[in-house]
Design a protein around this ligand. Structure first.
Ligand SMILES: *[C@@H]1O[C@H](CO)[C@@H](O)[C@H](O)[C@H]1NC(C)=O
Ligand SMILES: *[C@@H]1O[C@H](CO)[C@@H](O)[C@H](O)[C@H]1NC(C)=O
Ligand SMILES: [Zn+2]
Length: 350
């Protein structure tokens, strides 16, 4: 074969490859505040195969940045009692991976709706709400490449005001930390929409963590500090956390090393919150005890804010886990509890 023929053969295969190559429109890079909005607006404008809705649940405390949510679904409009699922990322401003994972998940669901029966089943039977960033103030001052530390973790000016994952009403204790706009926005959102399944995405560890984080009585004896603080649905939470950890190729294997060398050892990639370390005012506890929404906390990368070149791998690790976790919302028993006489639904039935 002479050089010219070889070139045309190569060119031919290149054109074929271009045609069939996955057309991931979203680049593997961090999207700043303005870019995030562009991506979300463009997504709703260009998506025709499923229903999308972009809405804001409130604004950040300091910079008044909208808290954007993308809702995805293809449920028949006439259907009642569709399960609502939510994912919340970037609660800690310097834990940025989840922010991009949710954007890729959004695109993945749309692009695979016709190709993958599980994606179709999920979108045909649920409403999925994605909040890529709960803490725009903190993210704004966070530094790419910074794997550890707390710079940008909180909200407000310089990301130094309040830790949003310590800012919710606690199940057992009074929370005296001043309630932030972001927290109020989340609380109102949960009041407005009856979510049943949720996950908060974090970084700095590799584990699926389930409620409670808080304890009724604080333990001062160090040897007993690893005792779990269980909910009445502990078995279901262990199952849900395991679904994520088992569908993630690294979560059961990797123990992140921390700066002080105290790497916690998790069995099977899951842990009860308080058994790891107990704290008050967390979001997952509030979801469960106030609304019966089952939320777990997903720690999905040892590095809190890795360089963009790590993002393709991180996405590969999380995409199946995000999908399989979401599908859990379609299991179990569902229905309405009605008053025998009036036949009207009874609120807060147990
Ligand atoms: C931080 O805020 C400034 C001012 O609004 C903006 O120009 C910049 O893009 C923001 N950075 C990020 C990472 O969102
Ligand atoms: C808008 O979305 C389309 C379809 O996903 C994509 O091809 C295009 O690159 C996007 N444009 C921008 C500016 O993000
Ligand atoms: Zn966190």
């Amino acid at each position: 074969m002479n050089a010219f023929n070889l070139l045309s053969v190569l060119l031919f295969f290149f054109v074929i490859w271009l045609y069939f190559a996955p057309s991931d429109a979203l680049n593997f890079d961090y999207h700043n505040e303005a870019e995030l909005e562009v991506v979300l607006r463009n997504f709703t404008q260009t998506t025709k195969n499923i229903n999308t809705k972009l809405y804001s649940i409130g604004k950040s405390t300091f910079r008044r940045t909208p808290l954007w949510v993308m809702q995805l679904s293809s449920v028949d409009k006439s259907r009642k009692m569709v399960p609502n699922i939510k994912f919340v990322a970037n609660i800690h401003g310097n834990e940025a991976v989840g922010r991009e994972m949710l954007l890729h998940f959004m695109e993945y669901l749309r692009d695979n709706y016709e190709k993958d029966n599980l994606v179709k089943c999920l979108l045909d039977n649920s409403n999925i709400h994605l909040l890529p960033c709960m803490n725009p103030d903190g993210f704004n001052v966070s530094i790419m490449g910074q794997c550890a530390g707390d710079h940008g973790r909180k909200n407000g000016e310089n990301g130094e005001t309040e830790d949003l994952n310590r800012n919710f009403p606690d199940k057992y204790h009074e929370n005296r930390n001043p309630r932030q706009q972001e927290t109020n926005a989340l609380m109102k959102w949960m009041n407005d929409i009856p979510f049943i399944l949720s996950a908060g995405l974090h970084g700095g560890a590799m584990v699926a963590n389930y409620p409670y984080d808080t304890r009724e009585i604080e333990i001062s004896d160090d040897s007993k500090k690893k005792q779990p603080s269980e909910t009445p649905d502990g078995d279901v939470f262990i199952h849900l956390s395991s679904v994520y950890a088992s569908n993630h190729p690294q979560m059961k294997k990797i123990q992140c090393t921390t700066l002080n060398g105290n790497a916690p050892k998790f069995e099977n990639g899951i842990t009860n919150g308080a058994a790891w370390y107990s704290f008050q005012g967390g979001m997952q506890d509030y979801n469960y005890y106030k609304h019966g929404c089952m939320e777990v906390t997903l720690e999905i990368s040892c590095c809190k804010y890795p360089m963009p070149k790590e993002l393709p791998d991180l996405w590969e690790q999380n995409k199946k886990a995000l999908l399989m976790y979401s599908l859990e919302a379609l299991k179990g028993v569902s229905g309405q509890i009605l008053d025998d006489v009036s036949k009207k639904p009874i609120g807060n039935a147990i």
